[in-house]
Design a binder for this molecule. Structure first.
Ligand code: ADP
Ligand code: MG
Length: 278
């Protein structure tokens, strides 16, 4: 059974969208084309490192916007700046210059404490190596960000466990899981605080083909309900499944392509608009 068929349809609401919107979230409705609704707007971001007398511009004028429900893939050879870019957008690091607006906040102006809180509330992050805590069970790993946020929401934990298909493993330790299931735990953990943006750094880099497809199914289902996703990847098939594919070289975008899946989404969009008119 594909991941999609196992999912309930209320992600929009659980991600914090108003109920009236989530009612319209089903296949690629007007969410993507909402004029005011950019989740994120990065403008002319630079991140420079100094090594002795040498300066490395890991990001050199990077700009990007992300709408709700959109999946953007970032490709580029090793060292092109993908991780640096995700770290700036994910508020794990600060750009040397440029502007970064997330959910109507200019985050470059936030003090350290506020930035930490902002990241916790707005950004989910997953990585190639999962970074699960080995001594905690699946559900304890997923609950952890709630504890850091001093929140209690067991319903959210259970809902996510079910939605990523880990009901049977909730008390398992990470070492008892395969890579695909570990990444499912990491996805659930990234979403437990209801962020609107998910960032993924080489999310399928350590996975077998079957698990790669399953992670993609999860991403698509989440995007359909309004989550914006940016993923850096070396996996050409995965990159092609995004709505937009950007290629980075020396810290800037050198090509930007709308993918075939984007054409498919647009067709679906047109169809649902037709239906709304009737
Ligand atoms: P990618 O993820 O595409 O492989 P990175 O963002 O990791 O690329 O790296 C981009 C460039 O920035 C590389 O030249 C890398 O060596 C450099 N770089 C990344 N992080 C640092 C750092 N902390 N100090 C110095 N240089 C760095
Ligand atoms: Mg990298």
């Amino acid at each position: 059974m594909s991941y999609s068929t196992r999912l309930g349809g209320e992600w929009g609401q659980s991600l914090g969208a108003p109920a009236s919107d989530s009612a319209r979230y089903s296949p690629h409705s007007s969410v993507m084309s909402r004029a005011d609704g950019q989740l994120l707007e990065a403008k002319n971001l630079w991140r420079s490192y100094h090594r002795g007398s040498e300066t490395i511009h890991a990001l050199a004028g990077f700009s990007l916007s992300l709408a709700p429900g959109e999946i953007v893939s970032i490709v580029g050879r090793s060292g092109s700046g993908k991780t640096t870019m995700l770290n700036q957008i994910g508020c794990l690091d600060r750009p040397s210059r440029g502007s970064l607006r997330i959910a109507d906040t200019e985050v470059t102006g936030l003090a350290e404490q506020d930035l930490v809180r902002f990241r916790r509330d707005h950004i989910g992050f997953i990585f190639q190596l999962f970074y699960l805590i080995p001594t905690l069970t699946v559900e304890e790993n997923i609950r952890l960000p709630l504890i850091f946020a001093r929140k209690h929401d067991e319903q959210r934990v259970s809902e996510l466990i079910e939605r990523v298909g880990l009901d049977k493993s909730r008390r398992a330790l990470p070492k008892q899981l395969d890579g695909g299931d570990m990444q499912r735990v990491a996805i659930a953990r990234a979403l437990v605080n209801r962020p609107r943006i998910l960032l993924a750094d080489e999310p399928t880099g350590r996975l077998e083909k079957k698990s790669r497809g399953e992670v993609l199914d999860i991403f698509k289902e989440l995007a359909r309900d309004g989550l914006g996703i940016i993923m850096a990847t070396h996996d050409p098939e995965l990159a092609q499944e995004a709505n937009r594919k950007l290629e980075l070289s020396d810290g800037r975008i050198v090509t930007e392509k709308r993918t075939k899946s984007e054409a498919r989404y647009q067709k679906l969009d047109a169809r649902s608009t037709e239906q709304e008119k009737k």
